[in-house]
Design a protein around this ligand. Structure first.
Ligand code: ADP
Length: 506
């Protein structure tokens, strides 16, 4: 085990209001009320910086999911569907306002529960969550069908008017992961509400707290009872029950590709609509004409942001040979300086991984990399002491068939390799993955960078930047990175049915 000089040993202090909020069991939200699990069971939530228990949360299961789905159905058929688009939009906008109003508290909850630095949670997770509701609120009144001139070849001489109506899909089951707990809730809830759907949200068992606080804000904003139900619980119980519940019209899932397959299987019996945002192993390509300092900073944040726990992390770095040593050494030098510590400490730049399971998984990959012959030029190990800290790591001398190159690690581990020319072989290697979520290209020549971007099989390509997310921009995956898109106008279709209405008028 490495003793790292720049790991904060100061004990983090939980703000008193949050300590107070967590001093009683956090219930689940069903039909506008905060209730215990039907079973009476609770589960523990841990601080990943120490491994200590920070909260007890009602443990949802099949019976709770069933109550939540029924409440969502009543709300869908009741007040929510009768509300005007304008009213719906205003309520959704208010959720965004309330998130901003409570930004500090939400950021602290996220830092405590997930481990990410509080300043990052505030600047990224909380800000983008609020913006998602604000952006989506405008769409509520702009979901339009079309009038369509038809030829009606089987009824010559007759006259018709045809139009489409975009209707909400109904009751939506949403299952989210632990890497951006609040933001993933916002990405899912905002478009579902905008389109007029009702929701049962299953939050990740590792990080249920910020979404439960969001549930309180959702009620405060005036969302009617039953429109949003939040059921914390485990994947194999509450999650599976939601994915297979016959009263759910659509399942929206973000998480691992492995569980994505289980979701599809569970949803297949009733042929529910499914959208999936899954894993990635994104290539980040530095061309020989790139600004090396920009590329170094960008490649560092591409992999190490959020402790590397991003589905879109730039985890495979390809650098043209003339810049390889400079860029890779530059990333390693920056990685070595990143200050690790509890998310709640002001000076923390990188937090712990979210859980023991994740720590074991990531350190397992580091061991596998070592065994297969990769060399760590920085990091390479988990860190001694309490909490699930892993040193930011750059691996070189990798081969395309190594596990660390092929599989999603979901931790602060970068694999770097050189290339000689910007040619078909480079593009083939960049695309040589089952995933297709994101990619980065760094170059001083925009036309050249765009030509590379066009050939990458990925739902998002960033040029001379990385991790630029916006509520207006669609995000999602090619290949086994998913089905459908989150955010932007594109997400609306995940939650809408198209009805064609034809009327004979002569
Ligand atoms: P990770 O590997 O990053 O923890 P998962 O895909 O396991 O991601 O988890 C993402 C979400 O999916 C979590 O809310 C988890 O509880 C849920 N989940 C896990 N297994 C299942 C399952 N079999 N059915 C439905 N949801 C599940």
């Amino acid at each position: 085990m490495t003793i790292r000089p720049n790991i904060s040993t100061t004990k983090a202090v939980t703000p008193p209001a949050i300590r107070e909020w967590l001093s009683t069991v956090r219930p689940m939200l069903i039909d506008g009320k905060w209730v215990a699990a039907q079973s009476g069971k609770t589960f523990e939530v841990f601080d990943p910086a120490t491994g200590d228990t920070i909260a007890h949360v009602a443990e949802g299961d099949k019976a709770d999911v069933d109550l939540a789905v029924k409440a969502a159905r009543r709300a869908f058929e009741g007040p929510w569907s009768r509300m005007t688009p304008s009213e719906r939009g205003r309520i959704i906008h208010r959720i965004g306002d309330l998130i901003l109003h409570n930004a500090d508290e939400l950021a602290a909850i996220e830092a405590l529960d997930n481990g990410k630095p509080k300043a990052v949670a505030k600047a990224a997770d909380v800000t983008l969550s609020a913006d998602m509701f604000h952006y989506m609120s405008g769409w509520a009144s702009k979901i339009e069908g079309k009038t369509i001139p038809i030829s009606a070849l089987t009824a010559p001489g007759a006259e018709f008017v045809s139009m489409t109506r975009m209707e909400p899909i109904g009751v939506v089951g949403q299952i989210i992961p632990w890497n951006f707990p609040l933001l993933m809730a916002a990405w899912k809830l905002a478009p579902a509400l905008t389109t007029g759907c009702t929701v049962v949200l299953k939050v990740a068992e590792e990080t249920p707290l910020s979404a439960l606080r969001l549930g309180e804000l959702i009620l405060e904003a005036g969302v009617p009872a039953g429109v949003v139900n939040i059921v914390p619980g485990f994947g194999a119980t509450a999650g599976a029950a939601l994915a297979e519940h016959p009263g759910v019209d659509k399942v929206a899932f973000t998480g691992s590709t492995e569980v994505g397959r289980l979701i599809v299987q569970a949803a297949s019996r009733d042929l529910k609509k499914v959208s999936l945002e899954l894993g990635g192993k994104s290539p980040n390509i530095v061309l020989g004409d790139a600004d090396p300092e920009l590329a170094i900073a960008g490649a560092t944040s591409a992999i190490f942001f959020n402790q590397g726990q991003c589905c879109n992390a730039g985890s495979r770095l390809f650098v043209q040979r003339n810049l390889f040593d400079k860029v890779v050494d530059g990333v390693a030098a920056r990685a070595d300086k990143i200050r690790l510590g509890p998310g709640l400490n002001e000076d923390t730049e990188m937090g712990p991984l979210v859980s023991r399971v994740q720590y074991d998984r990531v350190t397992g990959y580091l061991a596998s990399g070592r065994q297969e012959g990769a060399r760590a030029i920085c990091g390479g190990e988990g860190l001694a002491g309490s909490g699930y800290f892993v040193a930011p790591t750059v691996l070189v001398e990798t081969k395309p068939e190594m596990k660390v190159v092929r599989e999603e690690i979901f931790g602060p581990v970068l694999v770097a390799s050189p290339f000689n020319e910007v040619d078909d072989a480079l593009i083939a290697e960049a695309n040589n993955t089952i995933y297709g979520l994101a990619a980065g290209v760094w170059s001083g020549d925009m036309a050249r960078a765009l030509r590379v971007a066009n050939r990458l099989r990925a739902g998002t390509v960033w040029i001379n930047c990385y991790h630029v997310f916006d509520a207006a921009l669609p995000f999602g995956g090619y290949k086994q990175s998913g089905w459908g898109r989150e955010m932007g106008q594109a997400v609306l279709s995940n939650y809408l049915e198209t009805k064609a209405i034809t009327s004979r008028i002569g």
